[in-house]
Design a protein around this ligand. Structure first.
Ligand SMILES: Nc1ncnc2c1ncn2[C@@H]1O[C@H](COP(=O)(O)OP(=O)(O)O)[C@@H](O)[C@H]1O
Ligand SMILES: O=C(CO)[C@@H](O)[C@H](O)COP(=O)(O)O
Length: 594
């Protein structure tokens, strides 16, 4: 973080705020017009919250596979983060624009009084203490929720099949997507649904707080609902009817509100509460808040064929592309700033926390190091790729899903296999696994192999291509908490390739908040018709933000991992087959699960 040098004179140069309301933390940063990060503050839900017994930012009802977060906890976080920014010296009166991002898909249910309460806040009281009656339901279903299988089946069937749903909305039905969640909410909590005046996504909830009225849903984040028809740019009437439970969808439409097309338009100015309590200027603009993944791709001027791997609680693989190639295995979203571009995404539920579990099974830590990942990293890179001792020897491949996984849709469990390339067979003899150490390499490998498998149709060879390189990303950018990890970076280059190498966006895990702050800069300072890529591309200094952390494409390793992709496909197919066989046998876990 650059710090502002005091000249003794009041500095009146503009500042822009970016927020990131993700699973485990609320982060905020302030940047200048020339994109320097000047102030930052974080509220960690587990460590900082009072009154809520959350674990990793959420609560769970395991019996129904529900995962949810208390909305009041987020209100507490907003007040505290602003106070923390003030404590590090920010002058809020310089802030010209605020944008932000929220963990995707989560929904917030406002009561009939919600908007009135939001617009009549007393500057001497906290948000949490004043918005007690603003919600018809106190919790927001979290993206890790897996309670909506039945509703997903209905969504997938409703337009014919899951492929058609993906073609129309950018994704097949997913447990966490807001449409299936609203359908379940309406049937499980009919009274609360009936009392709901408005439904926000987490991103538009956060925007609403700053705006002092219910903010519209963002053009990119709305694609995480399974309700938005991407091609026609409207809510899909049939899917809305399914979620609403009636062919008259006007009530649900009112609850969701309009979706403005321009990601850089202004929703209006900051609410009086923030002017009076924190000293914001009354002209400060509120710019559409988007999803945390769409915001992350705005943290740098991402070029086509650049890939971002976000290693947060979830793992996501993100690319910006002009080609809309929907498929049930992947997600497409509208780009958050640039019409005609799309965001391609893969999203895994079992990312950071699954790796942490394996790290924590190792003990003791290496002496003389304070990095809790050092032993994990030693095992991850100090062993042979996939445990193979020779060119045709067996490969150790495993899936680590402490929570039910999205990609593929598999029950919670650890599934370890040995793959025999000569006959393409799998076996489950556990004695070949050296546990727990082999898990360190295997979890990183299987997570990255899955990214390679599922992004192979969206990447392309470089052009020109004198060395005849295979299709792969141009650069791989690592972001999010796990991007600090050098072992993951090394394996990312070996498995995913990357013609120019693997880079880390060196912003202390603040990429998502940074993307939002840049969006605010662009929205307020853009000239007529100037795109986000043009404005940010012009001002962004690569050397200030990214560093190469590992080699990318290495021919020998890339070829070796081709077998890994083949093995992973087999393992996933086998786990899915076992899961089908076991359907109906309550409490039974698939063979290979250990
Ligand atoms: N050096 C590291 N190696 C691997 N993982 C790390 C490292 N540092 C942090 N993490 C992981 O980063 C995760 C948090 O990332 P973050 O992007 O802040 O999450 P979120 O945005 O979901 O709240 C934690 O689950 C933690 O395991
Ligand atoms: O569900 C998704 C994307 O579809 C997740 O990526 C959430 O958006 C939460 O992200 P993090 O808290 O891991 O950043």
């Amino acid at each position: 973080m650059d710090t502002e040098k005091s000249t003794g004179m009041a500095d009146s140069t503009p500042l822009y705020l970016g927020f990131d309301l993700s699973t485990q933390q609320l982060k905020a940063i302030a940047v200048s017009s020339d994109l320097k990060m000047l102030y930052g503050a974080v509220f960690d839900f587990d460590a900082d919250v009072s009154g809520f017994n959350v674990k990793k930012g959420v609560l769970a009802n395991e019996a129904e596979h529900e995962v949810y977060a208390p909305v009041a906890m987020w209100l507490q976080a907003i007040d505290t983060v602003l106070q923390r920014l003030k404590d590090v010296g920010i002058d809020f009166s310089r802030v010209k624009g605020i944008s932000g991002a929220g963990q995707q898909h989560g929904s917030v249910y406002w009561s009939q009084e919600g908007e009135h309460d939001l617009n009549n806040l007393n500057k001497d009281k906290t948000l949490e203490s004043q918005l007690e009656h603003a919600f018809s339901y106190p919790y927001s279903p979290n993206w890790q929720d897996a309670s909506t299988q039945e509703e997903c089946d209905m969504f997938d069937r409703h337009l014919g099949n899951e492929t058609q749903l993906a073609v129309d909305t950018g994704s097949k039905a997913h447990h966490r997507f807001t449409g299936p969640q609203i359908l379940r909410f309406r049937t499980k909590h009919p009274e609360e649904y009936q009392k709901t005046a408005r439904i926000s996504l987490v991103s538009s909830f956060l925007a609403s707080i700053f705006l002092g009225k219910i903010a519209p849903i963002d053009i990119s984040d709305v694609c995480g609902t399974n309700l938005w028809d991407i091609q026609s740019g409207t809510y899909n009437e049939k899917l809305m009817a399914l979620a609403a439970g009636t062919s008259d969808t006007s009530n649900l439409r009112r609850k969701l509100g309009e979706v403005p097309v321009d990601g850089g338009g202004s929703f209006g100015t900051v609410s009086t509460y923030f002017v009076q309590r924190f000293g914001f200027d009354a002209s400060c603009k509120i710019v559409p808040f988007t999803g945390d993944n769409p915001s992350t791709i705005l943290a740098l001027p991402l070029r086509p064929l650049d890939a971002m791997v976000s290693l947060g609680t979830s793992t996501t693989f993100l690319m910006s592309t002009p080609h809309y190639q929907p498929d049930p295995a992947v997600h497409f979203f509208n780009h958050p700033t640039t019409p005609g571009l799309y965001m391609f995404m893969l999203c895994y539920k079992n990312g950071g926390l699954a790796r942490e579990q394996i790290r924590d099974a190792l003990s003791p830590q290496l002496p003389g190091t304070s990095d809790p990942w050092s032993l994990f990293n030693n095992h991850a890179t100090g062993t042979l790729p996939m445990g193979a001792t020779g060119p045709n020897s067996a490969l150790k491949i495993a899936l680590y899903f402490p929570r039910p996984e999205i990609v593929p849709n598999v029950r919670a469990g650890t599934y370890r296999y040995t793959y025999h390339p000569e006959n393409q067979m799998l076996s489950t003899e556990n004695d070949v696994w050296n546990l727990p150490t082999d898990d360190c390499r295997a979890i990183v490998e299987s997570q990255l192999l899955s990214l390679r498998l599922r992004s192979r149709n969206i990447v392309a060879p470089p052009s020109p291509n004198p060395d005849n390189l295979p299709a792969q990303p141009r650069r791989v950018y690592l972001v999010g908490g796990g991007s600090q990890n050098i072992a993951i970076a090394k394996l990312a280059g070996e498995i995913l390739g990357g013609v120019e190498g693997v880079y880390r966006l060196d912003v202390d895990g603040l990429a998502c908040a940074l993307g939002s702050a840049y969006k605010a800069v662009w929205a307020v300072e853009r000239k007529q018709g100037e795109t986000f890529e043009e404005l940010i591309g012009e001002r962004w200094r690569e050397e200030d933000f990214v560093m190469k952390v590992a080699d990318g494409y290495q021919e020998k390793r890339y070829k070796e991992y081709e077998k890994g992709v083949e093995a992973l496909e087999k393992v996933e197919a086998e786990v899915l087959r076992q899961q089908k066989v076991n359907v109906g046998k309550a409490g039974t876990s698939g063979a290979g699960q250990v």
